[in-house]
Design a protein around this ligand. Sequence first.
Ligand SMILES: [Zn+2]
Length: 376
Amino acid sequence: MSPMDVQTRSAEMPVMLSSQVKTMPDPQIVVRKVRQEKRRAMLVIESAGTGTPRLLTHPNTFGAFPERARDNNIRELAKKHEFVADISDLSKNPVVRWQHKHYIQLILLCSFVIPTVIPWLLWNDARGGYVYAGVLRLCFVHHSTFCVNSLAHWLGETPFDDKHTPRDHFATALVTIGEGYHNFHHQFPMDYRNAIKWYQYDPTKWFIWACKKVGLASHLKTFPENEVRKGQLTMQLKKLKETQERLAWPNDSNDLPVISWESFQEQAQKRPLILISGFIHDVSSFIDEHPGGPHLLVKMIGKDATTAFFGGVYDHSNAAHNLLAMKRVGVLHGGMPHGLDDKVVPPSQRLKIARYTELSSPYNSSAMSDGEGLLG
Ligand SMILES: [Zn+2]
């Protein structure tokens, strides 16, 4: 730690860190205090002489919602230049200053003395009070707290972003008293909520909201709804793209040989080739499967069946159109005047998901040329 370090301990009352920043004494004294109080320090800001503050965290807490508080503190501190933070409101707050001054005594009093003494006096069960209301309560709260940094970064879904590890899961929400919608929290940390649906379990949010209703809290921040939904959509598209990439798709016109009408006629003598929407299809594997009977296909070999396929004989289903596109083996020279006609693009590809870079140059293939090719 450099002499410029500022330390703060901020567990149950994270606001206390600000008072220390404000009243930062000379550097030597700060270093000494860091060493003395490191064991229970939750937040340490380190400059290391580089001019850039580095934020370190220490897992220590007696509060139920430490990470949200911790993140808020980090943000509050980091957004200010170096160590200059406006903490005048906290410095003036007598309750905060009093609690900060008597921190250790208050921990012992609230965690062990009071839970032991009350059952002892009221129903003569000091041991029960000490064990259940004291030790086990503390144990539960610690485990609950640390689950925010373990379970909440391991179990569940990533509905808003998957760049980092935080995840959303109901079980985590139960264990951590509402911190289970942790993916949302990391993505939109300024938002006072963890869960955004009314039925999701986030008592922390409900508590803050209730405090606002009775005037105990104000300036609650929420991230713009439009941007939240954008994040959701991005993740949904990502999943859909994975599904899309697992499927087989028809050859694009850029990847198929361009065939003249004469060549099409000639090659249709050797195998069942049918022209539909400018594409030449080899239907040899499908003639016997055709629901309308093979004769309808046979009489179209070597011909343009576009009209027949799209309603002249039978208005085929989307599925039929999708399947037909899989049989493409070539493009008729001059046969595709309207490149993005509905008849050219199979229904399954009209809403295809493409990366931004793929959209920039859809016609970058050299396969489309005036020269003739052989059918694949
Ligand atoms: Zn986290």
